[in-house]
Design a protein around this ligand. Sequence first.
Ligand code: GAL
Length: 667
Amino acid sequence: MPDLNDATRGRVLYGGDYNPEQWPERVWHDDIRLMRRAGVTTVTVGVFSWARLEPRPGARDFGWLDRILDLLHEGGIEVCLATPTASPPPWMGSRHPETLPRDESGTVVWYGSRNQFCASSPVYREHALRITEDLADRYGGHPALRMWHVGNEYGTHCWCDETARHFRRWLRTRYGGLDALNEAWGTAFWSQRYDSWEEIIPPRRAQYLINPGQALDFRRFTSDALLECFTAERDALAARTPHTPVTTNFMPLFIGQDGWAWAAEEDVVSVDLYPDPKDPHAAAYGALVQDLTRSQAGGPWVLMEQAAGPVNWRGVNHPKPDGLMRLWSLQAVARGADAVCFFQWRQSRQGSEKFHSGMVPHAGEHSRTFARVRELGAELRELAPVAGTDVPARAAILHDWHSWWATAQDGRPSSLVSCERLLRAWHQALWERNLTTDFAHPHADLTDYALVAVPQLYLLTDEALDNLAAYVRGGGTLVCGFFTGVADEDDRVRPGGVDRRLRALLGIRTVHEWWPLDEGEALTAEGAWLGAFHGTLWSEDLEPSTAEPVARIKGGELDGRPAVTRNAYGTGTAWYVSTLPEPAALRALLGRAAEEAGLAPVLPGLPEGVEAVRRGPYLFLLNHGRTPAVVPLPSARTDLLTGRAHHTGVRLDRFAVMVLAPPESLG
Ligand code: GAL
């Protein structure tokens, strides 16, 4: 199977989405001149070109694509060629209205924007496959081709009749018979029992709360239906170009796709990442997405899109102050990216994204943005030795989309508790301790991790529960957050409210009741070494069995109940955290658990705001702070970017990055 190395060939790729069809051909020559100036290696062409490539059903207009690919090749620029299937042309919706998605109320989602397709539509699928096959037949042997990019950010939903038929087929495969389905969905409740398959529909707009089993399965089904669209195109490409890797770009921390299942079907995993320059936690969020993407890829990955400046889809869209675009690009490389790309190459003059930045902005080549783009291109060339190397991590956060889907429904103890919020809080705490963290599926082999954190996995399969128990029994350290292990695979509450295997592992006899906290409400807890801290979102009336309380709630209805516990189990340790501790306390808690598990931060004693990551033999230092920072070095190092040697320490200005190599790794 081809992989990312087939595209990178020992370099860090640099480029972006290139939409030449938006420009007269005379601009193309200027594009290539500027790409060369910027050190661009690779551009993604054709992501939204369907209406241009197939102006009417069955017609083909490839001449322009022939010309631009030849020009790019002559200019030494390689191509990640996209299938255009994320945005069907107007003729499809107009001639085949059944390809248009319908929302929960049955309202048609029209063309005039993008992504207006129903993943279950055979007509859409057939047209998508034909244009993909023709592209592969025509360009599979083109010397500029390095990678295929299928569709774009798969994530649409549809509730139409075709989807209903497809959903029923999917359910028949999952359950075999209606009895099993009725059992799994708990249809004895509210007179929801199904007597024939034809009665089953997607969870459309209804009077009150939707059956949670139905809603969960529809999430599963939708992810699978979209994945079928992807794999059909991938197979058509792979049959024609078995040595060219295939990818599709994920949205960051996106609920709509089972990220583990999807990544397993890709040769290369790529993601789009747009942190808000005004968000004080943007760097931590970026690190999370990068760690998740690296874990999905099982190694190096592609940053397929980021912005050179502002986006245009927030309420207020902020540019990046000088240094930030470089800092976040190199953060991605530090955390395993072998490609740094943008949406998009040249800022559009028309269309919905004309105020979204580009590598070449409206202000042209004599602009601050393009100057920074050129500098970054030159630096990435220097980072070629980093390409292909690994990012070692001995801590892991467990994440599972099925659990996320099950918790993202109405009718829960608290609508404030969100998987994303908890993942971000816990990952940030580890990130701030400079503990490099992978993500892992709850069924994954955990034996190589010294620390495993579960911010929240409401739904845990039997296999996952056994896996966690075996991990701790064998000497692992588990830190487990609240409202975990509550439901089985069908979203059925486990006997006792929390699974008994998990309770045994955590040393908890009973969770008598959950006491969620309101927005703005906080509890106070106190522990010997943790001191006093606030907890938000959640609290519990918890009765330990063998676990020792590490911190107890002070005051209120739950006065004296444990907020944090620690239990010896087998040869390992299992911690339980029954609230969301304020950031400093969560940091202290996870730091202590890591320390006891024998995990050291990448570098000790780092100033606040400085991130340190090891990748291969290199040590990346990134100052996210707005003031200079001084970092002591354990041994002499040379900055790969400047060639300068540093002995006892380095000074990092605001947003500065150093990529330090041990002397022996420099040839
Ligand atoms: C991405 C998308 C691009 C562009 C970009 C703008 O989600 O893939 O086509 O719309 O956002 O930020």
